[in-house]
Design a binder for this molecule. Structure first.
Ligand code: SF4
Length: 761
């Protein structure tokens, strides 16, 4: 007897709705949910295998506790008791900063990570927080923090209404989009062209996305900031700057009657900064002719509705923050920020808009060993190994990982691998015994995705339409099996030294949130009794009651009865099982801005100062005589970091972990398809199978990331059979973007040694 369940796909940022066929306790078929108003039935190969992932026999069903070199099954109470004892011993002996926390990318795709991750960090009281953000997107947060005051206020391209899209370092035909949630991203791009719009893609590789565009422009890896500043230069030089609604003396955007006038500061400083970056000046560094740069600037300025979108490739480079900043500078200078068809700010249903936010600050503390500044509450993942390996007061001796596989995903992962082996204690919340968790003393596995409810707390804030959906568990978890929320809540209570009922944590958070909401000016519950509001909350768990509270206080909420037609969690679950479209994005800059000046800061002083570093790098680039090639990464539609390599359906077929290199470079080196090549950098070497191609610029080589499943002590049998090479054996933990602490993965200098013919590709 089968039944149908609906849920959001948790595997990437696109937020597709899925229709699951469930037989007994198994998911036997997965299709796109045709009734989802956002994804309308779209599904990709990853989503289609969610049932296989869900039923993976290597998925841990109970906790593991290390005994010597082996991991043995243990019951939950014993496992939590071990965690409590060891964490307490270490904190008592060495202080809270001796415990580091790493939040991996998967934790952002769950209810538990966003709802309870911060509670774990706060309960420990450590300054050693590391996340996947400094491996892929911290430059964008720093850019938004400085420009708009809020690091989470990331403008997204209004894909469905734009006339002209300029994309840099983004390959949504493989990634399905990032910091821009858009189910069927490829279809939305095709629609731009169908309605007469144009797409330009700038990338060192002719990707599938580039092939779909009107024009692909090759750029040298790491040179995006030069190109973008030359575009700014051209807009000023040719009198093409048109702020429209953002002009200092102009009218306020339609952000509501109480919104401040959203004008900009720093226009003259920006103009002065761009003077030295004419298209001719940057042509050699970028590899793009001056005439092409001028053409791009003119097209951008001429389009009625245009958006500039920079993604991973623009963040994971030595000038990542400058590139991220200049993307939005161009959106401002062309009058397209916060405007239909331009770059807009989504309005998530669970984020209240009445709350007063403090302007972004950074550098409130520094890392102990390298003195790297805190950004957005965390330290660069690139320095976690330093903090573990370097003796002294404050040395990291214990680690909590929640999702993620930093041994494969952080720069110089081999060094982190070595560091993790020397920890006094490590606990991982993870469903797999993988390259990272094999070092853990205790592994606490969350239930299967089908046994877990889903509400997207992280990604709806980056969606190209305002949208909300709640999916209850499709299959009930077994009796006595804690949910991921239960696990994290329990860790938080353990870390606080109490090991009290985790439900008390939810009640504490609900109580303090409602107390603030009833006291806040402009809140829908201003002046009401928090206890009365608490009694109105509905849900089967603390997590559900917190979601109910967030929705009811949010911009579409029922305001606890003030707006009877507004959202509640039970209403969303029962009346909208396929999700609810909340409309196209609308201008809301006045709601978003929280800079000290109340204006968009177009030329923040730290960014202006870093332009000197950019100037010093003109014409040099990252390649050297000893290491004449530069390495970049690449995405594949059937992969997502290291998560999905244990799904047979997604790793079958030809080897995807190949070294792509330009045909001419291959001929010069005497390398043919299938030859083995050693790729050598400062930090190490890997041997990979060559795949000569015309899609890469000369001088550039490419390896995908997330591979390297060849470590002993793991339990991922399919991944073991498709190990591939860990590209992070040759990336360099010392190379970071100094403004954000983000690692440099694009533009790593390497040299190549042909090893002769080995395997046909
Ligand atoms: S595009 Fe992303 S969200 Fe959509 S089905 Fe594929 S993996 Fe899931």
């Amino acid at each position: 007897m089968s039944r149908t369940a609906y849920r959001t796909c948790p595997l990437c940022e696109a937020l597709c709705g899925l229709e699951l066929t469930v037989e007994g306790h198994r998911v036997t078929r997965v299709r796109g949910d045709a009734k989802d108003p956002f994804s309308k039935g779209f599904i990709c190969p990853k989503g289609a295998t969610l049932g296989v992932l869900d039923g993976d026999p290597d998925r841990l069903q109970e906790p593991l506790v290390r005994s010597g070199d082996e991991h043995a099954k243990a019951d939950w109470e014993h496992s939590f008791a071990v965690v409590q004892r060891r964490l307490r011993e270490i904190i008592t002996a060495h202080g809270a900063n001796a415990v580091a926390i790493y939040l991996g990318n998967p934790s952002a795709h769950t209810i538990a990570g966003p709802l309870y991750g911060a509670a774990v960090v706060k309960a420990i009281g450590t300054r050693n927080l590391y996340t996947a953000s400094t491996s892929d997107q911290m430059p964008k947060h720093v850019s938004s923090g400085r420009m708009f005051g809020d690091p989470m206020a990331v403008p997204v391209p209004d894909l469905d209404r734009t006339d002209h899209l300029l994309m840099l370092g983004a390959n949504p035909l493989e990634s399905n989009g990032s910091l821009c949630s858009a189910p069927d991203f490829p279809g939305r791009l095709k629609a731009i062209r169908r309605r007469g719009g144009t797409i330009t893609v700038v990338d060192p590789r002719r990707t599938r996305t580039a092939a779909l565009a009107d024009r692909h422009v090759f750029i040298r890896p790491g040179a995006d900031a030069y190109l973008l500043l030359a575009l700014v230069h051209t807009l000023f030089a040719e009198d093409l700057v048109r702020l429209r609604h953002l002009a200092p003396a102009g009218p306020a955007a339609s952000a509501g009657p109480s919104a401040p006038s959203p004008a900009v500061n720093g226009l003259d400083d920006l103009r002065a900064l761009a003077v030295g970056f004419s298209p001719e000046t940057v042509a050699e560094t970028t590899g793009i002719q001056a005439a092409e740069i001028r053409r791009m600037a003119r097209e951008l300025a001429a389009a009625d509705r245009a958006a500039v979108y920079g993604r991973l490739g623009t963040c994971t480079q030595e000038f990542g923050t400058l590139a991220s900043w200049l993307v939005d500078v161009l959106n401002v200078l062309t009058g397209n920020l916060d405007r239909e068809g331009g770059a807009m700010f989504p309005r998530a249903a669970h984020v209240p808009v009445y709350r007063k936010k403090r302007p972004f600050t950074s550098g409130r503390w520094q890392s102990r060993v390298r003195g790297l500044p805190e950004m957005n509450g965390e330290l660069p993942a690139a320095t976690l190994a330093d903090e573990i390996l370097t003796p002294g007061v404050g040395q990291v001796r214990a680690l909590i990982t929640i999702g993620g596989n930093p041994v494969l995903s952080t720069a110089n992962g081999a060094r982190l691998d070595e560091a993790l082996a020397g920890l006094d204690f490590m606990v991982s919340v993870d469903p797999y015994l993988n390259e990272t968790t094999r070092h853990a003393d205790v592994i606490l596995p969350p239930p299967r995705p089908a046994q877990t409810g889903h509400f997207d707390l992280a990604l709806t804030g980056f969606a190209v339409r305002n949208y909300v959906r709640y999916s209850p568990p499709a299959i009930p978890p077994p009796d006595g099996r804690p949910t991921e929320s239960d696990i994290l809540a329990r860790l938080a209570t353990i870390a606080s030294g109490q090991d009290a009922d985790p439900a008390l944590l939810d009640e504490f958070i609900i109580g303090s949130t409602l107390a603030k909401a009833t006291a806040a000016e402009g809140s829908p519950v201003q002046g009401r009794d928090p206890a009365e509001l608490r009694d109105l909350l509905r849900g089967d768990s603390g997590a559900e009651r917190r979601l109910d509270m967030m929705l009811r206080l949010g911009p579409y909420g029922d305001g606890f009865g003030a707006e009877p037609d507004g959202l509640t969690l039970t209403g969303l679950r029962d009346d909208h099982p396929h999700g609810l479209d909340l409309g196209a994005l609308t201008p809301r800059l006045g709601e978003v801005l929280c800079t000290a000046s109340g204006r968009v800061e177009l030329c923040p002083p730290p960014f202006a100062a870093d332009v000197e570093r950019l100037r010093a790098g003109l014409r040099t680039g990252p390649a050297t005589e000893a290491e004449p090639y530069v390495l970049i990464g690449r995405r594949h539609l059937r992969s997502n970091n290291s998560w999905l390599h244990n799904v047979p359906e997604l790793v079958g077929g030809s080897n995807r972990c190949t070294l792509q290199l330009n045909h001419d470079d291959a001929a010069r080196l005497g390398v043919g398809a299938g030859d083995l090549v050693r790729v050598i950098s400062r930090t190490g070497a890997v041997e990979a199978v060559a795949e000569p191609t015309e899609s890469l610029m000369a001088g550039v080589v490419s390896l995908p990331h997330g591979w390297g499943h060849d470590r002993p002590g793991t339990r991922m049998r399919t991944a073991d059979g498709h190990a591939g090479q860990n590209v992070n054996a040759i990336t360099d933990e010392r190379e970071i973007d100094p403004l954000s602490g983000n690692s440099v993965f694009n533009g790593v200098p390497v040299r190549l040694e042909p090893l002769g013919h080995q395997i046909p590709v």
